[in-house]
Design a protein around this ligand. Sequence first.
Ligand code: GCO
Ligand code: MG
Length: 418
Amino acid sequence: MKITRVRSIMTAPDGITLVVVKVETDQDGLYGLGCATFTQRPTLVAKAVDDYLDPLLRGRDPANIEDLWRMMYVNSYWRNGPVLNNAISGVDMALWDIKGKLAGMPVYQLIGGKCREAAMVYRHADGRDKEEVLENVIKYQEQGALAVRCQLGGYGGRVKDIREATALPSKDAPQATHRGGGLERQDSAFPGAYYNPDAYARSIPPLFEHVRAKLGFELFLLHDIHERLAPIDAIRMAKALEPYRLFFLEDVFAPDQIEWFRRLREQSATPIAMGELHTNPLEWKPLIAEQLIDFIRAHISAMGGFTPAKKLAALCESFGVRTAWHGPGDVSPIGHAANLHLDLASPNFGIQEVINFGEPLFEVFPGTPELRGGYLWANELPGWGVDLDEAAAAKYPPVPKVVEWTQSRWPDGTLWTP
Ligand code: GCO
Ligand code: MG
């Protein structure tokens, strides 16, 4: 069998640009789909796929996934960046999709079968004040959620116009609030998405005090600092949150502040999650080997795809670290399916992040995994079990724009990691 074409498709059914790769073969009707979504730079990923991986891979045997992954990985010489990793991921996931279709099995069956029926998920609750957050937590609890992430004003506490957490996904959905806010200040020489780290840091322990006082300790609660605080303030928050028994506290530091994880581990028993920003093995290996984190949170396409992710899950297993793959609105349903198949087959699965999958996503991606009773469920179709309706995808063309929410600034104008 031979690869005949590798091409990228961009679509934005929920207003967030997704990048998918389609690998076509010389077997009639046999193709694979993979996620390559880097929503801040989608056209760069698409170009890497179409200009470089397509000519590199045409004529190759799609069965040799490991060899093709390593060839794509070193073919650019310089490697381990988000653009090329996402391009490689799109092909890699598509090759696993093809292998599943040929075997007549879901991908999770190809890597050892199920360790569990479905993957426990966590939902995103947000709000302008702790009462609104609590209302949204309760809404998710009533829908059967077992775990809810609580944010108070998106990331860094900056967004004032929070939408209902259960609103249908759109660019205004709560998890997108840090994207929906736009530039708050055009007046200064430093336009940006301003927030007050100290006010944010002081607001979070009372938020969890409020939610725990009303709901008790059965519901798993999570929080994402999103690299928004100075390291010592993040450590202070981790310590202050210990009484509220978080399932995990995420992105406590920026990836390049790795030394601070050792300080944190000595001072707090709050479980730590990290990884969505990781693209290089050098970033996660020390965190796992020294057990400085409890959950790995990689964005599977940003680290190069399903092949490296399943190896990362196995590495984590030997160090007692569990998985919590990144699953926001800027992961396509193909990527959510890849998360899920790894969740089902990994003994050290922890929890799975998901979004409110809206109707347009199901229209463009038939077979999108089903959210039911606090869990994410795979269908039993071969491969990822998710298809791409290209005509429907074309109805939602990407809208290139300057990314505003990552222009995050402190009150004095200091640009801070977003
Ligand atoms: C999360 C992440 C996302 C990112 C987004 C960046 O925990 O889901 O922090 O919300 O901010 O994926 O584009
Ligand atoms: Mg995060």
